[in-house]
Every structure is written in C-alpha cells, then in structure tokens.
Design a protein. Structure first.
Length: 161
C-alpha cells in the first residue's frame, strides 16, 4: 500500500507530527509540506493522511485549499485526517468534526488530534498577544501526543501489504 502524508504548518508542530508518523509506518510513505509549496502526488496512492496545525480555529490555508481543490480525488482514497491544536475534550471533538470540509470528514476513516504546542520563540508579536489573552498562556507549552501518533501508525500498519 502506498501512502501520502500531506500537511501544512506555520511553526512546525504539524511537520513534527507528520514526520514522526511517517517514521512509524511500515508501508511506502511520501510526505508533502504544503506550506513549502510541495505538490502532492496522490493519483497512485491508496491512502492519504492529511493534517494541519490549527490557528484561531482554522486549518492552514494551503491545506484547506488543497482539500477543496482535490476533494473528488480524496473521496476515492482511504482518508485519515489530523490536527495539531491545544483543545481537549468536547471542544477538541467539535473542532475535529467541523474544521475539514464536511464531505471529507464524513469519508475519513480516522479523525485524530495529535495535541499541540506553544513555542513563544517562533511566534510573532501579535500571535504572542493573542495567545496570552485568549489561551491565557505566557510560557512555552508542549503537549504533542506521540502516543496518538504511534497508535494511528499501528492501525495503518495492520493494513500495510
């Protein structure tokens, strides 16, 4: 089975998660960073894993554009969707169900949150102000869920042939 992992990131959380996932998958995997204008090749893949960091409740714009422009092809593939964000519980579930285009969300075999992080050294002034005010966070926080990434990899590896 051939897999494409497609992601967008602003400060690197989604990239870190996508690369960790790719390392754990035993199938043939290609990784594409839409934020670096990489062009995903999905015609010959069996599965697409697509994800994004979430900013102000929205997907990375390149990921959303790709999802909308390639929806028909994505609906013909096994599809898994992930986000990197700092929400937990009900808010996390709500966001996962509503952040990607509705048809892709319904089609996806998996909707997974890989957690997130705030790295103030990578944020611009406005981002720092917003995070301090809205999230009430003033220092770096890392809450990436490598256990969730590895659990997803295990489920995928069960399908690798």
């Amino acid at each position: 089975m051939k897999i494409a992992i497609i992601f967008g990131t602003k400060h690197g959380s989604a990239q870190e998660c996508a690369l960790h996932l790719a390392e754990k998958i035993t199938c043939k995997v290609s990784v594409y960073n839409l934020s670096k204008k990489e062009v995903p090749l999905i015609d010959d893949v069996d599965m697409v894993i697509m994800g994004s960091s979430v900013y102000a409740g929205r997907l990375n714009k390149e990921v959303l554009t790709f999802a909308n422009n390639h929806q028909e092809k994505l609906l013909q593939k096994k599809l898994m969707l992930f986000t990197c964000n700092m929400h937990r519980g009900e808010e996390e579930e709500k966001q996962l169900r509503n952040i990607f285009p509705e048809e892709l969300t319904r089609h996806a075999q998996e909707l997974v949150s890989f957690g997130g992080k705030f790295d103030f050294s990578k944020l611009n002034f406005l981002e720092k102000v917003v995070i301090k005010k809205v999230a009430k966070v003033t220092t770096d926080i890392e809450d990436l869920r490598f256990d969730a990434i590895e659990a997803l990899a295990e489920r995928i590896n069960a399908e690798c042939v």
